[in-house]
Design a protein around this ligand. Structure first.
Ligand code: ZN
Length: 314
C-alpha cells in the first residue's frame, strides 16, 4: 500500500491509543489485542465471539443490498450481514463491522456498508476497517507459518482460504502483504480493451453484423504482489487465447507451466499456476481465473493439484 498522509480523527485516535505512529500498524495492533483478549492462538476466530467482546449482542444474516451494517435491534447493538454472500465474504464483513467498534472514536453510531473489502483510499475510516478486518480474519502472526510452509502456489492460496475461512482474494491480499516470497496473485476476468468497449445504446453499423464485434479476452482485473516481486503488473493487460490462463475452464480448472507474459514494453518469462474460480456477484456468475506467478524455476516439479473449491458469492 503506498504511503499516505492521514488527516482523519480515526487515524489520530488509533495512534494515540496504541502509541504507534502508523495508523495501519496501529489498527493491526488493536485487532491483535482483541484476538488476545479472546484467547485465540489459531484460526479461525469466530467473528460472533469477537463481536461479543466489543459489546455487540449478535451477528445475524439479513436480506439486504449492503454487505453489512451495525444497527440497533431491541436496544441492542448487532451486526447484520448480507445472507446472499458466501461464508468467506460474510466473515470479512463481520470483522469489518467489528473493526468499526475497535476505533477509539466509535461511540455506538449506526454504520451501513454497501461494500466491504474494497480497501478504497477514498475514506480513511473504511480503509482502516478493511485493514482491521483482514488482520482479524487472517492475522499475520498465524498466517506466516502457512505461507512459509506452503510456498507461493494455488494450493497454498486455497488451503489458507479454507483454514482461515476467508475469500480467495482476501487470502491472496494478506499472503502477499507478508512478503514471505517474491510472487504475485492475479485475478483475470473476461473483458475488452478500453477502445473496444461498446457504449450503452450503440448499435452495429448495418451490413457489418456478420463481421461481429471484438471478442473478450482474459484480462488482469486485480493483482496482489509481494514487495520482493519486482515486476510491474499492468492493469487490464490480456493474455492470448492459447495461454495456460485461458486454458482454465470448468472441465480443466487447474493449469500450470512456464509462460511468457506481455508486460506492455516487454515479455517476462514466469512459472504460473492457474485456477478457474468463477464467482457470483449481484446474481450474475462471473468467470474468473486466479493465477500465481513466480520466477521461472530452473528445474520443474509437479505442483500439488488443489482441492476443488465451492463457488464464492461476493
Ligand atoms: Zn465500514
Amino acid at each position: 500500500m503506498p504511503p499516505r498522509y492521514w488527516i482523519g480523527v480515526e487515524a489520530a485516535s488509533i495512534c494515540e491509543a496504541t502509541g504507534l505512529s502508523d495508523p495501519i500498524t496501529g489498527m493491526q495492533n488493536l485487532a491483535d489485542r482483541l484476538l488476545d483478549e479472546g484467547g485465540w492462538s489459531q484460526p479461525p476466530a469466530p467473528p460472533i465471539v469477537l463481536a461479543s467482546f466489543q459489546g455487540v449482542h449478535d451477528v445475524r444474516l439479513a436480506t439486504m443490498q449492503c454487505a453489512g451494517r451495525l444497527v440497533y435491534r431491541d436496544d441492542h447493538l448487532i451486526i447484520e450481514i448480507n445472507e446472499e454472500h458466501s461464508q468467506g465474504k460474510r466473515n470479512f464483513t463481520a470483522n469489518h463491522e467489528v473493526s468499526h467498534t475497535l476505533l477509539p472514536t466509535y461511540a455506538g453510531q449506526l454504520v451501513d456498508d454497501l461494500e466491504t473489502g474494497t480497501f478504497s483510499q477514498g475514506s480513511e475510516e473504511e480503509l482502516l476497517c478493511d485493514i482491521g478486518a483482514a488482520a482479524l480474519l487472517l492475522p499475520p502472526r498465524w498466517l506466516r507459518s502457512h505461507a512459509v510452509a506452503g510456498g507461493p502456489s494455488i494450493s497454498t492460496l486455497l488451503d489458507v482460504a479454507s483454514v482461515f475461512e476467508s475469500s480467495l482474494e482476501a487470502a491472496a491480499r494478506q499472503l502477499t502483504h507478508l512478503d514471505c516470497w517474491p510472487a504475485a496473485f492475479i485475478c483475470w476476468e473476461e473483458g475488452f480493451r478500453k477502445d473496444e468497449r461498446v457504449a450503452k445504446g450503440q448499435v452495429m453499423m448495418p451490413g457489418f453484423e456478420s463481421f461481429g464485434g471484438p471478442r473478450p479476452k482474459w484480462r488482469i482485473c486485480r493483482a496482489y504482489s509481494t514487495r520482493s516481486f519486482h515486476h510491474f503488473i499492468p492493469s487490464n493487460k490480456s493474455v492470448e487465447d492459447t495461454s495456460l490462463v485461458a486454458a482454465c475452464c470448468e472441465l480443466d480448472p487447474f493449469t500450470w507451466g512456464i509462460e511468457d507474459f506481455d508486460r506492455g514494453n516487454r515479455q517476462i518469462r514466469m512459472y504460473c499456476e492457474n485456477y478457474y474460480a468463477s464467482y457470483r456477484k449481484g446474481g450474475i456468475v462471473r468467470r474468473r481465473v486466479v493465477s500465481v506467478l513466480v520466477a521461472a524455476p530452473t528445474q520443474g516439479g509437479q505442483p500439488t493439484t488443489p482441492s476443488p473449491a465451492q463457488m464464492e458469492i461476493l
